[in-house]
Design a protein around this ligand. Structure first.
Ligand code: GDP
Length: 455
């Protein structure tokens, strides 16, 4: 019998209310030792599921606080076990004293992710949903949270379940046909077989393609602001940050080190790195800054290359454009308030997007945000569509897709239905791994060890 566990379910620190959560067979018995209903006729042990009682929390026989206890009865709770949620006043002392009281009454502290793990083990959620809980807790932006919520609601589980059903039907048919030749099992038309394999393969391909964009929404992206000195990189950083983060002067080479600032741009958390500018210099300190700029450019998941619209295209500009070719890079032609001498067509071929703006006038942040969404592929991402939320899920989806591609290859190459059937089994095994149906202890351990305690 799993022990009854206790942990703080709300974030630590000062707040209006703190919730201490008990889960396990003894949850209500433990609650009864630390919580006494105001109405003495009510008994905690007899509380029905989905009911609340008002009363007093007690530690070592001394009153601790007043609050509300909420009860859930197995299997209708988050963990699938009996659960009591004790809401006391926020603040580390009261909540910790209440946890201590619960431990003295027979509960033990929960390990990281143990509530969600129990929910998984009790069949309340599948592994994709368990990972979504973690995604929701760690989401960097509103849209990232929406994606995780979709997964939590089981959209991914349903989609994967649908794929599995299609493949299981095929595998069953193939097995019957191969193993029982004397029965009158109709042969599978290769075209029909291929159509199903392709449909599932394409479905997986969609999930795989959107994984990068989903990760950007959940975790944000590191971006480098690069460009020649004085084009307005620091001004742009300050505009996006909403305050003067970097020093702006008309003197070229003012920014000598990398300045970092996280901003929300087009709904994406962008960790901006303003760099020293790429130019040949004899100044040792600035040369080190230029070296760091190059590194920031190489490591960035997004490049904002700034050009001065009031100057003609220079050799440095062409070099920067060449360095950005094939990268997720946006050309920003700045200083649009001045007479324009810059010909964007000279560099546009190296960039996914070109945006003209006047950072000095505080103009263009919105247009830039839209360009960021398009370049990172998040513009078309539907937050209510299923989405892979972890590297583990991504790897399993890729394995399933590859196995289906092999199955199609075997079919087209005339290798016989046995060979197709083997590949099909591999694809099914990968999909089961994805949803955690045959999750080995190691997989389960990996997923749950990254959780926060109390979740
Ligand atoms: P950095 O060296 O690339 O970081 O450039 P700064 O941000 O320090 O800006 C260099 C100069 O250009 C400063 O004098 C800014 O005020 C000016 N500047 C920046 N953006 C604009 C703009 O949109 N229009 C105009 N007219 N001047 C700008």
């Amino acid at each position: 019998m799993p022990e009854t566990i206790v942990a703080l379910a709300t974030p630590p620190g000062v707040g209006g209310i703190a919730v201490v959560r008990l889960s396990g067979e003894e949850a209500l018995a433990v609650a009864a030792k630390v919580f006494f209903p105001r109405n003495a006729a009510k008994k905690v042990e007899n509380a029905k599921g989905y009911t609340a009682l008002y009363g007093q929390f007690v530690e070592n026989g001394r009153p601790l606080d007043e609050g509300v206890a909420l009860f859930f009865r197995a299997p209708h709770s988050y963990t699938g076990e009996d659960v009591a949620e004790l809401s006391c006043h926020g603040g580390p002392v009261v909540a910790q004293s209440l946890i201590d009281a619960c431990i003295a009454a027979g509960a033990r502290p929960a390990g990281p992710g143990e509530y969600t793990r129990r929910a998984f083990l009790n069949g309340r959620i599948d592994l994709t949903q368990a990972e979504a809980v973690m995604g929701l807790i760690g989401a960097a932006g509103r849209q990232g949270a929406a994606l995780a919520r979709t997964a939590l609601e089981g959209a991914l589980a349903k989609r994967i379940g649908g794929f599995k059903q299609q493949l299981v039907a095929l595998a069953g048919h193939l097995a019957a046909w191969v193993d029982f030749p004397e029965e009158d099992v109709p042969a599978l038309e290769p075209a029909a077989l291929n159509a199903v394999l392709e449909e599932v393969e394409n479905g997986l391909e969609d999930l795989i393609r959107n994984f990068g964009a989903g990760a950007v929404l959940r975790q944000g992206v590191d971006a480098a602001i690069v460009g020649s000195p004085n084009v307005g990189k620091s001004t742009l950083l300050n505009l996006l940050a909403g305050f003067d983060r970097a020093i702006v002067t008309p003197i070229a080479g003012t920014t000598r080190d990398v300045v970092e600032q996280a901003v929300m741009l087009g709904g994406v958390r962008v960790n901006l790195r303003d760099t020293a500018g790429l130019r040949d210099t004899g100044d040792v300190v600035e040369a080190e800054g230029v070296r760091r700029s190059r590194r920031a450019l190489e490591e960035a998941g997004l490049i904002l290359a700034v050009f001065d619209g009031s100057l003609p295209v220079a050799e440095e500009d062409r070099q920067l454009a060449a360095a950005c070719a094939g990268r997720p890079a946006i050309a920003i032609v700045n200083k649009s308030d001045l007479p324009q001498k810059f010909d964007p067509a000279a560099i546009a071929g190296s960039f996914a997007q070109v945006v003209t703006l006047a950072a000095g006038r505080g103009e263009g942040a919105q247009a830039l945000g839209e360009a960021v969404r398009r370049v990172l592929g998040v513009a078309d991402l539907d937050p209510s569509a299923p989405c892979l939320v972890s590297q583990r899920q991504y790897a399993a989806a890729c394995q399933a897709r590859d196995a289906l591609a092999e199955a199609k290859g075997a079919l087209a190459g005339g290798f016989g239905l046995d060979a197709v059937s083997v590949c099909l089994d591999d694809a099914l095994a990968a999909l089961c791994r994805l949803s955690g149906e045959d999750a080995s202890d190691a997989v389960v351990e990996e997923v749950f060890s990254t959780f926060c305690v109390g979740k």
